[in-house]
Design a binder for this molecule. Structure first.
Ligand code: ASP
Length: 341
């Protein structure tokens, strides 16, 4: 059976625990899975946005499992420059590999890719919407340290356009973590997601003072997503928060960041024992090995719901880029996941 991983919503708590458990085996290099044989399999990376870690860690994971990888080096070197549509590129690409990781600026693009291809698709980031595999890597790093996931976590920075925090907040809520959102007022965490998380029985607070994170188990810092806003809007918020050594050197709060960092964590922080952002990079390889293993072996089952036809009002949604109807699931667009009203 083909399994895609498009949104963190696709996973139940049990599925996440299974991924993290297998990742721990890969990390300790104990024989992880009895029936993985990826020797002949090819992982394709279809990236329409820049990436260092997501693409390379997927490639590294596949190579370490004994498989092969392919992908175009840049959009500029592909037929996208000749005006090819996303859907045609996806259909083509899916014939060259057995598993595909897609990154694209339109929300819902990975969901559409999964419908257009007969091979499993993993979302490597669809605009400001979701980055589910980063959330799994983040949970793994937290669990390795804290041994539990029902914690108090501060998510800080650009909470509106940062896709990693959208996926991570939903995942943490499944495990019972309370969340403190710290952001400038123009970049608040989306209210529809906040309500959803609060309905899961999670304590959700909002603040604009970074020092409040000192009372949390984890401070997850993020970059302002410059590419998703005007130059003017960016100028206003670009230096809004900086994690400083003087504030966090005596604290037990783990300092995390999905990277790349611009200037939101002082370099002086890097040698502190609670700085975890390069551990996150290291941990992403066993987590992605576990995911590839489970997906290629058809062992990851994702939740699927009933849908009906509709029109999505979100202009960043792939359904509007591709001029198509959306599918509505529980009042939300199935692709970009935004409520329709
Ligand atoms: N690398 C992460 C992402 O692709 C975080 C970021 O770019 O700020 O979403």
């Amino acid at each position: 059976m083909e399994t895609d991983l498009i949104s963190i919503r696709d996973l139940r708590k049990d599925d996440i625990e299974e991924v993290l458990g297998l990742a721990a085996k890969y990390k300790s290099r104990s024989p992880a899975s009895e029936n993985i044989d990826v020797g002949e399999k090819v992982l394709g990376t279809l990236f329409f946005e820049p990436s260092t870690r997501t693409r390379l860690s997927f490639e590294s994971a596949m190579l370490r499992l004994g498989g092969k990888t392919l992908g175009f080096g840049s959009v500029e070197s592909s037929s996208i420059m000749k005006g090819e549509r996303f859907s045609d590129t996806v259909r083509t690409f899916s014939h060259y590999c057995d598993l595909m990781v897609v990154r694209h600026p339109s929300e819902g693009s990975a969901r559409l890719a999964s419908e257009l291809s007969a091979i499993p698709v993993i979302n490597g980031g669809d605009g400001p919407n979701q980055h589910p595999t980063q959330a799994l890597c983040d949970l793994f790093t937290i669990e390795m340290d804290k041994k539990r996931l029902d914690l108090k976590v501060a998510l800080a920075g650009d909470l509106l356009y940062g896709r990693t925090v959208h996926s991570l907040a939903q995942a943490l809520a499944l495990f019972g973590s309370d969340i403190l959102f710290i952001s400038p007022s123009s970049l608040r965490f989306p209210s529809y997601l906040k309500e959803e998380i609060a309905q899961m029985g999670i304590r959700v607070e909002e603040d604009d003072d970074l020092k409040k994170a000192k009372d949390c188990d984890v401070l997850y810092m993020t970059r302002i997503q410059k590419e998703r806003m005007s130059e003017k809007a960016y100028e206003k918020v670009k230096n809004c928060f900086v994690v400083r050594k003087e504030d966090f050197e005596d604290s037990d709060t783990l300092i995390m960041h999905p990277l790349p960092r611009v200037n939101e964590i002082e370099r002086e922080m890097d040698d502190l024992p609670n700085a975890r952002y390069f551990d996150q990079v290291r941990d992403s390889v066993p987590v992605r090995m576990a995911l590839i293993d489970l997906i290629l072996n058809g062992k990851l089952e994702v939740c699927e719901g009933e849908t009906e036809k509709g029109k999505c009002p979100n202009q960043r949604c792939i359904t509007n880029v591709e001029s198509m109807d959306t599918k509505v699931e529980k009042g939300r667009c199935l692709y970009c996941e935004k409520p329709l009203d």
